[in-house]
Design a protein around this ligand. Structure first.
Ligand code: ASP
Ligand code: MG
Length: 424
C-alpha cells in the first residue's frame, strides 16, 4: 500500500463523461489498496472564460491603473476548480468510493499575498492524511489556496500542477501522477519531429529547462517544487483505458518519470531539444564601456517587468565603446524600446536596434556536464543546413541558440537527429 496524489488537467475533466473516466482511474488505485488524494483543474476552457469575464467588467472609475482588484479576480477564477472537485467527488461516490471535495481554504493551502500569481507557503496536510488513512479519497480543487488576508488566492495559469506537487510533498506521497492529454514527456515536440521518443525518465533539472522553454506539459513552478522536495512525479495520459494492463503498475506505470538524476542509470548526453518562439533581439550600439552600464540598462527593464533572457556583451575594440545585445519576448519589444529611450541619457548609447520573430532552440542534457564537444556538434549540424546563429548562451546542462523564426522547425529536427534522439 502506498500514498498517491493523482492530478487531472483541464482536458482530462473537460466534460461529464471524462470526469466519470477520471473516477475509474481513481477507483483503480483505491481498489489496489492505495491512499489517494486527487487534485483537479477546471474543465478545459473554463478558466479562460472566467478570466475573460473579469477582463470585460468595468474598471474602477478614476483609477489610473488598467487593472481590476486581483482579489476579486481570484474569487472568480478559482471557481472552475471548485466545480470539478465537487463533480468528481459525486462520480466517485456513485462508484461506491468514499470521497469528498476540498477547496484550498478548507485544507488549508496557505499562500503568500500575490493574488493572481500566489505561491504556496504551507499546507496543513493533517486532516486529509487522517481521512485518507480511514479510506476517504480527498478530491482537492487545484490552482487555489488562501492568502494571509484570509482571501482566496490563485497560483497563476497552469497552477494546479503546482497544487498537486505541493500536496504530494505535504502528505509525503510516494508518487505524484500528473494525468494529461499526452502520454509523457518527449525528446522534443512530436508535432515537429514525428520521430520524437517518449522518455522513460527525465531528471528534475532537465525537466525544469524543458518546461521553462515552453514544453508546456507542466507549470515550471511545479517542477521546482518537485525538485526541492524530491517528489517522484509521473506524467501520464488520462485517455488510456483506466483498466488496461499495466495502468496500475506501481513501480512502472506508463508515462515519464521525473526524478532525481541518480535514478537515471543510462544517462544520455542529450535528453531533449526544446524551443521558444516569439523572441526578439535588442541591440544597443556604441555603449560606454564603464562600470554600471549593465545595471543602468537592466535595472529599468526589470522594474518594468520585462523578462530579459540571453545577454551578450561584445568586447570593446578600444576600451571605450561596446555593444550589448539581449533578448526579450516579442510582445515586450515596444515597452523595452520605450524604457531604453527614457533612460538613454543615463545609459549612454548611440542607437538601439531590434528584430522580432526569432526563435530560441535549446539542447538539454545533464550528461553534457561530463562530455566535451556537445556544443560543437550543434554548431556543425546547423551550419550544414545553412542556419545562421544570432546568439548563443550556455549553462552546465543547456546550450541555447537564437535563430531566425522560419528556421525553427528545421533547426529542431536537425538537432534532434544529430544527437541520435530520433527513434529508429
Ligand atoms: N485552471 C487553471 C488554468 O487553466 C489551472 C490549471 O489548469 O492548472 O490555468
Ligand atoms: Mg496544465
Amino acid at each position: 500500500m502506498a500514498r498517491i496524489v493523482m492530478k487531472f488537467g483541464g482536458t482530462s475533466v473537460a466534460d461529464l463523461d471524462r470526469i466519470k473516466n477520471v473516477a475509474r482511474h481513481v477507483k483503480r488505485e483505491v481498489d489496489a489498496g492505495h491512499e489517494v488524494a486527487v487534485v483537479v483543474s477546471a474543465m478545459s476552457g473554463k478558466t479562460n472564460e472566467l478570466v475573460g469575464w473579469v477582463q470585460n467588467m468595468p474598471k474602477v472609475v478614476g483609477a489610473n491603473s488598467p487593472f481590476y482588484d486581483a482579489r476579486e479576480y481570484d474569487a472568480v477564477v478559482a471557481s472552475g476548480e471548485q466545480v470539478t472537485a465537487g463533480l468528481l467527488a459525486i462520480a466517485l461516490q456513485a462508484m461506491d468510493i468514499n470521497a469528498r471535495s476540498w477547496q484550498g481554504w478548507q485544507i488549508s493551502i496557505r499562500t503568500d499575498n500575490a493574488h493572481g500569481a500566489a505561491r504556496i507557503q504551507e499546507i496543513d496536510g493533517a486532516d486529509i492524511v487522517k481521512r485518507m488513512g480511514e479510506g476517504q479519497v480527498a478530491v482537492i480543487a487545484g490552482f487555489q489556496g488562501i492568502g494571509p488576508d484570509n482571501r482566496i488566492a490563485t497560483l497563476g495559469r497552469g497552477g494546479s500542477d503546482t497544487s498537486a506537487v505541493a500536496v504530494a510533498a505535504a502528505v509525503k506521497a510516494d508518487r505524484c501522477d500528473i494525468y494529461t492529454d499526452v502520454d509523457g514527456v518527449y525528446t522534443t515536440d512530436p508535432r515537429i519531429v514525428p520521430q520524437a521518443r517518449r522518455l522513460k525518465k527525465i531528471a528534475f533539472e532537465e525537466m525544469l529547462e524543458m518546461a521553462s522553454l515552453g514544453a508546456k506539459v507542466l507549470q515550471v513552478r511545479s517542477v521546482e517544487l518537485a525538485m526541492v522536495h524530491k517528489v517522484r512525479t509521473f506524467v501520464r495520459s488520462s485517455f488510456e483505458d483506466p483498466d488496461a494492463p499495466g495502468m496500475g503498475d506501481f513501480l512502472n506505470p506508463p508515462g515519464t518519470l521525473i526524478c532525481d538524476e541518480d535514478e537515471i542509470v543510462e544517462q544520455e548526453v542529450v535528453t531533449g531539444i526544446a524551443y521558444a518562439k516569439d523572441e526578439a533581439q535588442i541591440s544597443l550600439r556604441r555603449l560606454a564601456d564603464r562600470p554600471g552600464v549593465s545595471a543602468a540598462i537592466f535595472g529599468p527593464l526589470a522594474e518594468s517587468h520585462i523578462n530579459v533572457d540571453m545577454i551578450v556583451q561584445n568586447i570593446s575594440e578600444d576600451g571605450s565603446k561596446t555593444d550589448m545585445t539581449f533578448t526579450v519576448p516579442s510582445g515586450d519589444v515596444d515597452k523595452a524600446i520605450k524604457v531604453l529611450g527614457d533612460n538613454k541619457e543615463k545609459i549612454g548609447y548611440d542607437v538601439v536596434q531590434n528584430e522580432s520573430g526569432l526563435v530560441k532552440v535549446s539542447v538539454i542534457g545533464i550528461g553534457m556536464r561530463s562530455h566535451a564537444g556537445v556544443a560543437a556538434t550543434a554548431f556543425k549540424a546547423l551550419a550544414d543546413k545553412g542556419i545562421n546563429i544570432k546568439a548563443i548562451t550556455t549553462s552546465e546542462i543547456k546550450i541555447s541558440i537564437l535563430i531566425d523564426g522560419p528556421y525553427a522547425e528545421l533547426a529542431v529536427r536537425t538537432l534532434h537527429s544529430c544527437y541520435g534522439l530520433d527513434k529508429n
